[in-house]
Design a protein around this ligand. Structure first.
Ligand code: GAL
Length: 681
């Protein structure tokens, strides 16, 4: 195997040794030495076993061009190692020192309006800048040469939350190079971008610029290619630092932190570049749907890693400070959030950050050790979490089996996010999130899959909104239905090809035969009513809004129609049985009630994590991971649920451990149970 390819076994070996990884970002450069010793003592008290060091330490290591100050880092690593705490050593490359931008202004990013950004915050770098890249590489090489064999270093963390867009001249040069590689000739670019429109034809690559501020609407194909380029350019930054670390002989897992459904980076195209998928998650405590919504992100992360355990790299202990209004989390909520990630396949839960900063932009962001110190509910909660996670060692390495699949890919999201569509109110991720909630309520985990992946054997396949759908993706859907899947397709899917050109013919062109229904016009909708037909739930009333389609059935059963509005009387919900399965179509953005009814019925043959219950009590989450059944009560009410006989709770205290829970388990508000068959432990 080449030394730079992904090797998930590196993380498997680490978690097999440490158990569930538990810790956070540790920024000792913000603190005097005396505090370091206290930190390590408190980390031991809390059972912390992994900390990320050095993420923003470039100016400390290289205070002047070419300088190297590693002595403090040597000391920090020795201290941590002496305490048995593993280090995830970060390249400091996300935040270059001020001198770099002053000496080399072209390393500073340029925004859409041509404004060059300045140092004083973080992330002030142009991914396309050769000078930035050379400096980042030089410091990474020296860091890796010094610490690749250091016994404290058990993981490497490259950069931080790669995600910036840059529109400057450096980007223009690299965008042109990227286009040359993708298309080969300028004529191929003209074809892909359909530049006959508005006299946009390019005679040569040197005429092309990034989609900067324009007088009117930009070419959508150009805009989507610029997003592809931007994601690839950031990946190139990541890759060269990762390779430098490997070249220095580092054998540890190397990764970087993702940000869930983040719009500027196609994580699917990055997933093969990291040894372990790592993600930062900050669900808003103010959102009632946060538990289900973050579960979707966790399912995405697990799916990106092919089902292997992933790592929750950052989350907040209590409040964040970057929202307008930052609600705190109770210690119980923080515990539940961590356990939820483990339930959905994480073998590590870490926080931003270990010790709360007293100054700087994040002085009000919570941390494991708050300003008030260790004599706090927050820190006691962290100690409790450490103990809980240590008990979950038996689940390390195990997998979540997901019977459902949801189609999602970044380029389709990007193309449907461009302006000048029938509506700007339809968002891919919002729709996926709404659809997913119907699965979550039933304890059904989902893999979030790429179009055209193999879907055979999936009982349920959801396509909430796949604007771009290529013929191979449509063929995979048809094959899944033939093999027995219930497929549910949502509106404005199968609209365009990979270049964003609209597919000709009645819509949705690649799916109309499979669905047995076709349309002639997309219609933005006011709020309208929908009524079911006698064929399905007669008398039920639902609503739709945002977008519908002037549809006719070409053979599918019509289950519901528009009762009011511009499409009154026309079908909105259809189903066509085919092979061993069925293809459902929702030809409008429908309300949560109808979504839940359709997905619930399509999921009839599928067992959730609690097969005895078709729908879980409100706020209860149930997930099966390996042999363990995770139950998380996110509600403020107690719940009781039937569970298989003879399970024990891994989280219960000494006395209760080993006692049978019976066939009904009661969870108080906020409680979590991790039930597993009694083993002679
Ligand atoms: C993340 C970032 C951390 C910290 C955190 C605060 O985006 O990686 O460095 O800023 O947010 O929530």
């Amino acid at each position: 195997m080449s030394p730079t390819t992904r090797d998930p076994d590196r993380f498997t070996a680490l978690s097999a040794e440490l158990g569930i990884c538990f810790g956070g970002d540790y920024n000792p450069e913000q603190w005097p030495r005396e505090v370091w010793a206290q930190d390590v003592e408190l980390m031991r008290e809390a059972g912390v076993n992994l900390v990320t060091v050095g993420v923003f330490s470039w100016a400390r290591i290289e205070p002047a061009p070419g300088a190297r100050e590693f002595a403090w880092l040597d000391e920090v690593l020795e201290l941590l190692h002496g305490a048995g705490i593993a280090v995830d050593l970060a390249t400091p490359t996300a935040s270059p020192p001020a001198w770099l931008g002053i000496r080399h202004p072209e390393t500073l990013p340029v925004d859409l309006d041509g404004v060059r950004l300045v140092a004083g915050s973080r992330n002030q770098f142009t991914p396309a800048s050769r000078v930035y890249r050379a400096h980042a590489l030089a410091i990474t090489r020296d860091l890796a040469a010094r610490y690749a064999q250091h016994p404290a270093v058990r993981m490497w963390h490259v950069g931080n939350e790669y995600g910036q867009l840059d529109y400057g001249d450096e980007a223009a040069r690299e965008f042109r190079r990227w286009l040359r590689e993708r298309y080969g000739s300028i004529e191929a670019v003209n074809d892909a971008w359909a530049t006959a429109f508005w006299s946009q034809h390019y005679a040569g690559f040197d005429e092309i610029v990034p989609p900067r501020r324009m007088p009117y609407i930009a070419n959508p194909a150009q805009a989507v290619d610029f997003r592809r380029y931007s994601s690839d350019q950031l990946r190139a930054c990541y890759r060269e630092l990762r390779d430098a670390i490997r070249d220095a002989g580092a054998a540890q897992p190397i990764t970087t932190n993702f940000m869930g459904f983040f719009a500027h980076v196609d994580y699917r195209s990055w997933a093969g570049e990291v040894d372990v998928i790592a993600d930062d998650q900050y669900p808003d405590p103010a959102s009632a749907t946060a538990p289900a919504d973050i579960a979707l992100v966790q399912d995405l992360m697990r799916s990106l890693g092919g089902g292997r355990p992933w790592l929750l790299m950052e989350q907040s202990v209590s409040a964040t400070s970057w929202r307008g209004h930052n609600l705190p989390k109770s210690p119980a909520r923080a515990r539940r959030d961590s356990l939820q990630a483990v339930a959905r396949g994480a073998d590590g839960v870490c926080f931003f950050q270990w010790r709360q900063s007293r100054a700087g932009a994040e002085r009000f962001h919570s941390a494991m050790v708050p300003h008030a110190g260790a004599d706090t509910d927050v820190f006691r909660g962290i100690v409790r979490q450490g103990a809980d996670l240590a008990r979950l060692r038996p689940v390390v390495g195990s997998r979540v089996q997901a019977p459902a699949a949801i189609l999602f890919d970044w380029p389709s999201w990007w193309a449907s996010d461009e302006p000048a569509l029938p509506t700007d109110r339809l968002d891919t991720v919002t729709e996926i999130t709404r659809w997913y909630r119907a699965l979550w309520r039933r304890g059904i985990a989902a893999d979030i899959v790429a179009p055209a992946g193999d879907l055979i054997g999936r009982g349920l396949v959801l396509v909430p909104h796949s604007y771009i759908l290529e013929p191979d993706a449509a063929a995979a859907l048809a094959a899944a239905v033939d093999a027995g899947a219930q497929l549910v397709v949502g509106p404005f899917s199968g609209v365009a090809d990979g270049n964003g050109h609209i597919l000709a013919g009645r819509s949705p062109a690649p799916l109309r035969e499979l669905l047995g229904v076709s349309g002639e016009e997309w219609c933005a909708l006011p709020d309208v009513r929908i009524s079911t037909t006698p064929a399905w739930r007669p008398g039920a009333a639902y609503a739709a809004s945002i977008l519908g389609e002037r549809l006719r059935s070409d053979g599918a059963e019509v289950l519901a129609c528009h009762a009011t509005g511009p499409l009154q009387g026309l079908p909105v919900l259809t189903r066509q049985r085919r092979g061993a399965g069925a293809a459902w179509y929702l030809g409008a953005v429908v309300d949560d009630g109808l979504l839940d009814a359709v997905i619930g019925e399509a999921a009839t043959g599928i067992d959730g994590a609690l097969p005895g219950l078709r729908v879980l009590p409100d706020g209860l989450e149930a997930v099966r991971r390996g042999d363990a059944l995770f139950l998380l009560n996110h509600s403020d009410d107690p719940v009781k649920v039937p569970v298989p006989h003879g399970l024990v709770d891994l989280l219960a205290d000494e006395q209760a451990a080993g006692e049978e829970t019976g066939t009904v388990v009661a969870l108080g508000p906020g409680d979590v149970r991790v039930l597993i068959e009694r083993q002679d432990r």
